[in-house]
Ligand binder design. Structure first.
Ligand code: MRU
Length: 357
């Protein structure tokens, strides 16, 4: 698979910094943003300069390193570490990868926190953050291979939001499946929902697929039903931000509606996600925190007023698709189908760990 330019990377040694593609500028401009402070990493996550659950996880892990790497004085390193971790946890609430990645880097130094010098601790944190990034690439490749056979020759595949290389360390999840199928020589066409209000589908998914020479057609979100009725779509694949133990899946707002439409038209609806997106500490989707975002994303998206001043706005960034609407979850460990708690636990061999948030 041909990866895009690096979504996110660590630059230099220690001290170093985070470099990420500023996804708010795509598709008109491909620019990198360097984050030298934890505040800059927090802002990049909050404003969706870096976005997509796995990419947010990598950014948060590297953000921890940025936040502590210049800290000297062994006594207060632990205090600073927890301050930085707690701060990064406030950037976005829904994608569990963020909390998973922060917990993971903290665990790496837990036993040495009070008896090792700061330079050693910072190096171990960086090692762990880089491992998360490397593992994410490998998981996305495996997801692509696990799901490729689901795409049949000549089919139409609909996706929502962007679950591509930009949303992960590389390749993506839902889009990794498309990359893998294309690499196997299959011909198929993709319908990309534009994904209101921030247009991740229009700005990012089409951009990625066009670079990979995969046939893609952009549609407005409210066209999906008509496109399905016309028989243009035989499969839906989307990504995920958090999957509860029973398989209920939070993903970009609008995903639930697509799942309902797919059900009504007899079209299989698949979720593609790495094991880092599962949150087995919660039983079902009702416990998934849904991010509420700035009303101006709806009333003034991309700088132009599209609604009267002062109008009341509701802007949840995610919704939850119930497990019963999901035909299968494509993971790096294979496809989980049917979707239920027993099979999820069995396939992932997860020991449920309590999350910090
Ligand atoms: O608000 P965003 O752009 O971060 O939302 C992203 C999504 O909903 C993706 O579908 C999800 O994170 C999966 S990315 C592999």
């Amino acid at each position: 698979m041909n990866p895009l330019p690096r979504t996110i990377e660590w630059v230099g040694d220690l001290p170093g910094h985070v470099r990420l593609i500023d996804q708010t500028l795509l598709p008109t401009s491909l620019e990198y943003r360097d984050c030298h402070t934890v505040e800059q990493v927090w802002e990049a996550i909050k404003l969706l300069r870096v976005r997509g659950a796995p990419a947010i996880g990598v950014a948060a892990a590297m953000g921890v390193v940025v936040g502590v790497q210049r800290h000297t004085g062994a006594g207060t390193f632990a205090h600073r570490l927890h301050e930085v971790a707690d701060y990064l946890r406030t950037s976005r609430p829904t994608a569990v990868n963020l909390f998973w990645a922060i917990d993971r880097v903290l665990r790496r130094i837990e036993s040495r926190l009070h008896n090792s010098p700061p330079e050693i601790l910072a190096r171990l944190l960086l090692e762990e953050a880089l491992t998360i990034e490397t593992e994410d690439r490998a998981m996305c490749l495996a997801i692509g291979l696990a799901g490729a056979s689901l795409i049949g020759e000549g089919q139409g595949v609909l996706t929502h939001c962007n679950a591509g290389g930009l949303a992960t360390a590389a390749y993506g999840t839902a889009i990794a499946v498309m990359y893998a199928a294309a690499e196997q020589g299959k011909r198929f066409s993709v319908y990309a929902d534009e994904t209101r209000p921030l247009l991740q589908g229009a700005r990012l998914t089409t951009w990625e697929l066009m670079q990979a020479d995969i046939d893609v057609t952009l549609i407005c979100d409210n066209m999906a039903a008509q496109v399905m009725r016309e028989g243009r779509v035989q499969l839906v694949i989307v990504g995920a931000d958090r999957i509860a133990a029973n398989g209920d899946t939070a993903n970009k707002i609008g995903t639930y509606g697509v799942a309902v439409l797919a059900k009504a038209h007899g079209i299989p609806f698949y979720v593609a996600a790495p094991s880092s997106t599962f949150d087995l500490s919660i039983r079902d989707g009702s416990a998934i925190p849904i991010e509420q975002r700035d009303p101006r994303e709806i009333t003034h998206a991309f700088g132009k007023a599209t609604a009267p001043d002062g109008v009341r706005v509701y802007n949840p960034a995610f919704d939850v698709t119930p497990a019963e609407l999901i035909a299968g979850i494509i993971t790096e460990k294979g496809v989980i189908a049917p979707v239920n708690e027993r099979l999820i636990r069995e396939r992932l061999s997860f020991v449920s760990e309590p999350r910090t948030k």
